[in-house]
Design a protein around this ligand. Structure first.
Ligand code: AMP
Length: 489
């Protein structure tokens, strides 16, 4: 059992430790390398953003925004401390800050403060009045609302607009990696701080080849990290115009109404709020009903149907295997046409390792020019879990060379040897204090070193160093240049 210490990582967060971090680094380096070969460049947006941006991009009604975001107030600096002045003095300071632009002008804030003061008689000198006033004032929102990002597409689109990237050659192809934050119920493969590796293609039209290339890139990456047993599901959800998705949603709603009695409470509610989401249901007893529902592929407008057919043809051209899954949907209006999801083995119920799709309306929704967009996000935690489950986890990392030294003169030589070996790219353990050769060799073994370099006063004066291969215990003698040659070979 873990040591019961005073501090523990917050629920839903965890330390990534060696040797596992080596696997994380390998996965990330592979992403950099593969995405680069597809002409994508890295973007590193901040991890917090205006709450309003995330609410708009992810959707104010979604669980992510309504329940799962870590949101806090970014209180403007230099505001007075309400504990150090009278209520009226504080009120005047707030008004002054609003007039000078230090705080956003917000009449509702002033009205609330005045209301509290009058109605609860908080100007009195009593301790009780003072405490109520402070409690109220400290809970007041006096700054901008910001949130830890639950995903990064919103940030990438914001950056595209903010930095006028529509003036660059289109499309702009960007990728990112880093932590995301959602207050979900933690379980295997689901954390409150988790990591995504994602990419977005912005601008440059909606040619089906763009969709196909993005998917080809993720699959190439998975192949390169040797993620096995994955399945790619694709679908088209049409677009938000009367002759396309909305007409389908109406038909779906009608069919769901007819079967309403046989559906669970969640699905019943969704008939009104978001009928497409009923298709996500995993409830056993709803499956036979869902199987009879109308399918969107039969109701796409001519353009969306042609686009979908072309994406599939393009995937075949690229040798990418896929399965059509008519139940793969997204709940937000600006998602359109191509959606895809990749699932992996060994993950139990949280088996989605990547989700993606086209979102042509998003940049405009965020105040930018009309811009095509498509992207995906890979769940890195789950990718790593799946690699580990299939036996591709990282081996503990040893050292190449452990320098067992004894004596003042030997130490000076050991320092120089360590420097030269490290410059040549070898990992070297140079113990900070002297110890007997027996003890040193024991430690070298425990650290998983391949070789021990034995440097005592004799070796140094003879200029002939002893290298012990720890696996079989054999020893060889080398001069310094010979040693480097030998190790490099
Ligand atoms: P989404 O942004 O919800 O489409 O998620 C994209 C991918 O991120 C999913 O397929 C998961 O692999 C991963 N993911 C989403 N939420 C979590 C979480 N709470 N913990 C771990 N991975 C997650």
């Amino acid at each position: 059992m873990a040591n019961k210490s005073k501090f523990q990582a917050i629920r839903g967060t965890r330390d990534l430790l060696p040797p596992e971090t080596a696997l994380w680094n390998h996965v990330e380096e592979t992403a950099h390398a593969v995405f680069d070969t597809f002409g994508f460049s890295e973007i590193r947006p901040p991890i917090f953003e205006p709450t309003e941006l995330l609410a708009r991009a992810v959707g104010g009604e979604t669980d992510i925004v309504s329940k799962e975001m870590y949101t806090f107030e970014d209180r403007a600096g230099g505001l007075p401390d309400p504990g150090e002045m009278s209520p009226d003095g504080f009120l005047n300071e707030i008004k002054r800050a609003m007039n000078s632009g230090q705080l956003a002008n917000d009449a509702a804030v002033i009205a609330q403060l005045e209301f509290q003061l009058e109605n609860y008689n908080l100007r009195s000198d009593s301790e009780r009045a003072r405490l109520i006033w402070l409690y109220f004032v400290r809970g007041l929102r006096l700054g901008d609302s910001i949130s830890l990002r639950p995903e990064a597409t919103a940030s990438v689109c914001r950056a595209y607009i903010e930095h006028n990237m529509q003036q660059l050659p289109q499309p702009v192809k960007l990728y990112y990696m880093g932590p995301m934050f959602r207050r979900e119920r933690p379980q295997k493969g689901r954390y409150r701080q988790f990591y995504q590796i994602g990419a977005e293609v912005l601008g440059g039209g909606d040619a089906p080849a763009i969709d196909a290339e993005v998917i080809e890139m993720v699959m190439t990456f998975f192949d390169r990290v040797r993620l096995s047993g994955i399945e790619l599901d694709i679908n088209s959800i049409g677009h938000n115009a009367p002759n396309c998705r909305p007409a389908y949603v109406e038909k779906l709603k009608a069919a769901l109404e007819k079967a309403k009695d046989k559906l669970g409470a969640d699905s019943q509610r969704r008939i009104e709020t978001n009928p497409l989401r009923v298709l996500d249901s995993k409830l056993e007893h709803e499956q036979p009903i869902i199987a009879t529902l109308p399918r969107i592929a039969d109701h796409l407008c001519a353009e969306c149907a042609a686009h979908y057919a072309a994406v599939k043809r393009q995937l075949e051209l690229r040798g990418v295997f896929f399965k059509e899954n008519w139940r793969l949907v997204r709940g937000l209006d600006y998602y359109m046409r191509t959606t895809f999801e990749i699932t992996a083995k060994g993950l139990g119920s949280q088996n989605a390792v990547c989700g993606g799709g086209r979102y042509d309306g998003l940049v405009e929704l965020l105040g930018g020019p009309a811009t095509n967009g498509i992207g995906f996000a890979i769940g890195e935690d789950r990718l790593i879990l799946s690699l580990q489950e299939s036996g591709k986890g990282a081996a503990p990392q040893g050292r190449d060379v452990y320098i067992a030294w004894m004596g003042e003169r030997a130490y000076a030589t050991a320092i120089r040897a360590a420097k030269n070996l490290r410059n040549a790219g070898f990992s070297v353990e140079l113990p900070p204090t002297e110890s007997k050769f027996g003890k040193a060799l024991e430690r070298a073994d425990k650290l998983g070193s391949r070789y021990a370099l034995i440097l005592g006063d004799n070796e140094v004066s003879e200029g002939s160093w002893t290298l012990k291969t720890l696996a079989d215990g054999t020893q060889q003698k080398f001069t310094e240049p010979e040693l480097l040659e030998f190790l490099k070979a």
